[in-house]
Ligand binder design. Structure first.
Ligand code: DGL
Length: 286
């Protein structure tokens, strides 16, 4: 088990989208150490059957915990969270935090009662989303867009490829037509697209994601364990808050610089993990 004072949090996604959540966690809890785990060999989860997502998440998270014991696990992927949380909670006693599209806060801020929900095709069609809308936004008009390409554009932007603005504008044109004043970023990749989204939807007033709510939940769960992720004299914010960035496929070109720009400099980036060992996983270093 990890014994030092600095709490460690595992952040899991199918690709780089969970970095938007990791950045929120580090902003709120700069004394926390993160392990970032991306199943990019299985990306995109929006195209995978539920059983495949469940099997891959559980296996990779279990392998990661064996090498990097953690205090809290974040499934920083809406698509995976819709199906995997009960399985993970049955597998481990470590608290698991999932992500759901921020429909409730969006319903609280919208002025005109028209909300756009942007998510992956899988998230948009899962019944739990209907329940969220019925429960929290019954009085609103909710326009849903589940587009297959947005996550891919974000992954490509890591190596410096520009997001195709015209295609993005076409993808979200339904929000413009519906006159939404609030958009829920219902996939953790999308906060990384925010600048481009603002450009193509200049009339949207409120952009809502789940990052800050997750960070607050993590703070609560650490506190319950008598731990604090806030920086202190003995538990300072690290220059490199990510202990290891583990990718089940090839490491995306430019990912260390991309992470650094988000305040998430990694100590190690490991490709084809766990088939290929990560240098940061030697017993002495964990
Ligand atoms: N970041 C994931 C999410 O929040 C992306 C899903 C995918 O891989 O399709 O849903």
């Amino acid at each position: 088990m990890k014994t030092d004072a600095c709490p460690r949090v595992l952040v899991f996604d199918s690709g780089v989208g969970g970095l938007s959540v990791a950045a929120s966690v580090i902003r709120h809890l700069p004394g926390t150490e993160l392990v970032y785990l991306a199943d990019n060999a299985g990306f995109p989860y929006g195209d995978q059957p539920e059983s495949v997502v469940v099997e891959r998440c559980c296996r990779l998270i279990s392998d990661s915990l064996a090498q990097f014991p953690c205090d809290v696990i974040i499934v920083a992927c809406n698509t995976a969270s819709t199906v995997v949380l009960p399985h993970l909670r049955a597998m481990t006693a470590i608290p698991v935090v999932g992500v759901v599209p921020a429909i409730k806060p969006a319903a609280a801020v919208t002025r005109n009662g028209r909300i756009g929900l942007l998510a992956t095709p899988a998230t948009v069609r899962r019944p739990y989303l209907d329940n969220l809308v019925d429960e929290f936004a019954g009085h609103c008009q909710v326009e849903r867009i589940g587009h297959p390409d947005l996550v891919r554009w974000v992954e490509e932007s890591v190596s410096g490829t520009d997001v195709p603005r015209k295609d993005l504008a076409d993808a979200v044109a339904g929000f413009h037509r519906a006159g939404v004043d609030t958009v829920v970023l219902g996939c953790t990749h999308y906060p990384l697209l925010l600048e481009a989204l603002r450009d193509v939807l200049p009339d949207v007033e409120f952009w809502v994601d789940s990052g800050d709510a997750i960070a607050r939940r993590v703070a609560f769960l650490l506190d319950e364990q008598g731990k604090s992720g806030e920086a202190s004299r003995d538990n300072r914010a690290s220059e490199q808050p990510v202990r290891a960035a583990l990718f089940s496929g090839p490491a995306p070109e430019g990912v260390a610089a991309f992470m650094a720009a988000l305040g998430l400099s990694p100590m190690a980036v490991c490709a084809n993990w766990p088939a290929q060992a990560c240098p940061a996983t030697t017993a002495a270093s964990v």
